[in-house]
Design a protein around this ligand. Structure first.
Ligand code: TXA
Ligand code: MG
Length: 327
């Protein structure tokens, strides 16, 4: 897209935000479905369009540290500032104590709010031009995969017009979410910013997260419509009469795949994360593919986030696997 055309699109979209309308825009992780975070009527439209339950709170996106003051009482918490300086703009979401400015609908009535500064020039410009913090979940229907390209957005929201096309998102899976506590932080959702990287900046407390309503943490949250299985769980010989679409970290020796997708750099976990959702979407649409098989990775570093998304995608099909054997 020509620069001035894009700028005009962002300007129009920022007006929509100011008018209380919704806009779908790219971030570095996945596409977001945004509204003015301070306008509860606008935010309600997100829940309606996504068919998302109200207990599932949203992430508020900002473009500058000054915006923190309006949103959280912890704007001057040294831990928050240190994390912000280290990882923002970037795929890290901080759950902190909220101010009264934030409508309950954004936080599902919780006393905390999730905030991040996305590392995407279109997203940052949209937030700046609208002059508002933007509440945005991933731009998919509830329970579906997060989109990494506008084509996937069009499919989920046909007829929706306020979409800014920013090409393929570079990270490909949703942000790491941490909750800030007095003695450190708790990891609520794994992402490409790993526990080890966080550990250099803040104490990462032990897992045992108290009951936090984060449906991103539900077992079967990210779920494609075509059967999908982890390579480690499936006996390929028993499903070889199906047309199999394979997503692998590195080239497979198995010769029966109908279609194979690999990251640009084989064995690169970052690249694997980037292509994961878009590859699943691609195979889901491919009429020559009956079932999808994804290659597991070691659960270390970014591998933890990748396996988290893969297990959720495969969860509902795993118990039905026997039905696919020996046809
Ligand atoms: O990369 C991302 O994070 C993308 C882009 C668009 O920014 N957004 C995203 O939003 O993945 P969403 O709504 O799909 O996931 C947000 C997660 C949910 O699991 C929600 O429960 C959690 O953030 N969350 C939001 N506010 C919270 C809070 N106050 N406490 C605990 N979890 C919270
Ligand atoms: Mg989501």
């Amino acid at each position: 897209m020509k620069v001035n055309v894009l700028e005009e699109k962002i300007r129009l979209a920022s007006q929509k935000i100011m008018e209380g309308e919704l806009v779908i825009f790219p971030t570095e992780t996945v596409y977001g479905l945004g509204a003015n975070a301070l306008n509860p009527i606008a935010v309600e439209k997100i829940f309606k369009l996504k068919e998302r339950p109200h207990f599932n709170p949203l992430i508020v996106h900002i473009a500058s540290l000054e915006q923190l003051k309006d949103l959280t009482t912890e704007f001057d918490n040294p831990q928050v500032l240190h994390l912000a300086k280290s990882f923002w703009p970037g795929p890290l979401t901080l759950v902190v104590e909220k101010t009264e400015n934030i409508p309950d609908i954004v936080t599902g009535g919780l006393p905390t709010v999730a905030i991040r500064m996305p590392d995407n020039p279109i997203a940052l410009s949209l937030i700046e031009k609208s002059g508002k913090p933007i509440a945005a979940p991933s731009a998919n229907k509830f329970g579906q995969l997060s989109p990494t390209r506008v084509e996937q957005v069009y499919e989920q929201f046909p007829g929706f017009e306020n979409i800014i096309d920013g090409g393929e998102t570079k990270v490909g899976i949703e942000s790491t979410i941490i909750k800030i506590e007095k003695k450190g932080c708790k990891l609520l959702r794994p992402g490409v910013i790993t526990r080890e990287e966080l550990g250099k900046v803040i104490t990462v407390l032990d897992e045992k997260v108290e009951k936090i309503l984060a449906p991103g943490m539900i077992k079967s949250h990210y779920s494609p419509k075509k059967p999908i299985f982890l390579l480690s769980k499936v006996d390929l010989e028993k499903v070889k009469d199906y047309k199999i679409g394979f997503i692998g970290l590195s080239k497979s020796n198995y010769s029966h795949f109908e279609k194979e997708i690999y990251p640009p750099k084989e064995n690169d976990l970052k690249d694997y994360a980037t292509i994961l959702f878009s590859s699943i979407f691609e195979l889901e649409k491919d009429k020559n593919v009956d079932i999808i098989v994804v290659e597991d990775v070691v659960e270390e570093g970014i591998g933890i986030a990748i396996m988290d998304r893969m297990k959720k995608a495969a969860y509902q099909y795993e118990e039905k696997l026997n039905k696919f054997y020996n046809i």
